[in-house]
Write a protein that binds this ligand. Structure first.
Ligand code: TRH
Length: 373
């Protein structure tokens, strides 16, 4: 019997939850769906614990969900390097580990997993090899993306059937009330939008998992702070604060809402797989580089939308990403956007179905590694 191929995934938590969110999703999918043995090295187990309660921050080595989770600190001991080494988002492996990689009889496949972008340059950079200046090692740049010429998107094999089964068991609420989930980076736009909902005719239920945006919700409601279970009503708007969910629980929340406000990278993708209208709060980059990224996605996403819906989406997403949009513009933007809800809902189904026809990122990574081993 041949030994199982070993993979090491390295993740440094730069900020928020996306770095570990994506790394954890990748690691557990690798272990669950492919014949490989996975170690996941994470430098911040406290953040990891927030999205996966089974992770105990005080334990340096632990098995969770079929993955060997390793605390990556100065005390970490690196045994033999794996055959496939992934640096998530430029999380550089330690020099000693790199030397050990170079000393292997066969050099490991070394991959840097990049951030997701819908920009077209990604296709030209996906898979590019970069030899190490001094060691006999070659790093490959692996770009997630929305086309077949990129690395694809993270999607578990049974994700869609789990969604369908869950909704068959507990149908999403259909009726007068519009239910939204609210996750984002926060800022003045939050109060502006909640005000719009409170003063509108449409009954709204905003489900807000604990996150930094909660401070803006609290300030809109005139409260010092909010916590899980808190429920407040203002006019047509009801706000319900939820505890921070684990990743699977968060998926189920997205599946059941009429519209999901998401951010960053991972929640943004999960909202697409949820097949519901979404609003994306993009991660702001220095020099405003994120606007091109936002624009690239909007262009792809709107390609098959009618012009009115596409324009409403573009404008409302733009406003939601401004640091301080005018409340009047935000209100108009929301009303125009939500007037298109039927077209948006239909489109969300079709968009996800088309993406689902492509090979997922984890399978692409496994194939990429196999071809180089
Ligand atoms: O948290 P994010 O803003 O993360 C990132 C990183 O910060 C990264 O540095 C940045 O470059 C990148 O954004 C673009 O957003 P994201 O990617 O959506 O990650 C959030 C994770 O948290 C995701 O895996 C879903 C999860 N989550 C839960 O598990 N439960 C919850 O209740 C919520 C609200 C989120």
């Amino acid at each position: 019997m041949t030994a199982q191929q070993r993979w090491d995934v390295f993740c440094r938590v730069v900020d928020h939850f996306g770095d570990v969110g994506v790394s954890w999703r990748l690691a557990r999918q690798l272990a669950a769906e492919h014949p490989v043995k996975v170690r996941l090295w994470v430098d911040d187990l406290h953040t990891f614990h927030r999205i996966e309660a089974a992770v105990d921050p005080s334990v340096p080595v632990q098995a969770v969900g079929g993955v060997e989770v390793q605390r990556w600190d100065d005390l970490a001991e690196f045994s033999a390097p794996a055959e496939v080494v992934i640096e998530a988002f430029g999380s550089r492996v330690p020099a000693a580990y790199l030397d050990a990689m170079a000393a292997q009889p066969r050099a490991p496949v070394w991959i840097n997993l990049e951030y997701l972008s819908a920009e077209s340059w990604v296709e030209g950079c996906h898979g590019v090899a970069s030899p190490h200046p001094t060691l006999p090692l070659v790093k490959h740049f692996f770009f997630p993306g929305f086309t077949a010429a990129t690395g694809g998107l993270l999607r578990e094999r049974h994700l869609e059937s789990r969604r369908v089964a869950e909704l068959a068991q507990r149908p999403a609420r259909v009726g007068e009330v519009c239910t939204v989930s609210l996750f984002g980076y926060g800022g003045p736009a939050v109060g502006g939008l909640l005000g719009t909902w409170a003063h509108g005719n449409q009954p709204m239920l905003a489900l807000v998992p604990e996150s930094r945006l909660l401070a803006d919700v609290a300030s809109f409601l005139g409260r010092d702070a909010l916590g899980p279970g808190d429920r407040e009503q203002r006019g047509a708007l009801t706000v319900l604060v939820l505890p921070f969910q684990d990743q699977d629980g968060y998926d189920r929340l997205l599946w059941r809402c009429d519209c999901n406000f998401v951010r960053g990278e991972d929640s943004f993708m999960r909202a697409q797989w949820a097949r519901r209208p979404l609003v994306w709060n993009i991660y702001a980059q220095e020099g405003g580089a994120h606007w091109a990224k936002l624009h690239a996605f909007q262009t792809r996403y709107s390609e098959t939308l009618d012009e009115e819906t596409a324009a409403a989406l573009r404008e409302f997403w733009r406003l939601w990403n401004l640091s301080s949009p005018s409340p009047t513009a935000l209100a108009t933007g929301w009303h125009r956007f939500w007037a298109c809800r039927e077209a948006l809902a239909l489109h969300a189904e079709r968009w996800a179905a088309a993406l689902q026809a492509q090979t997922d990122l984890t399978t692409n990574l496994v194939t990429f590694a196999r071809e180089r081993l």
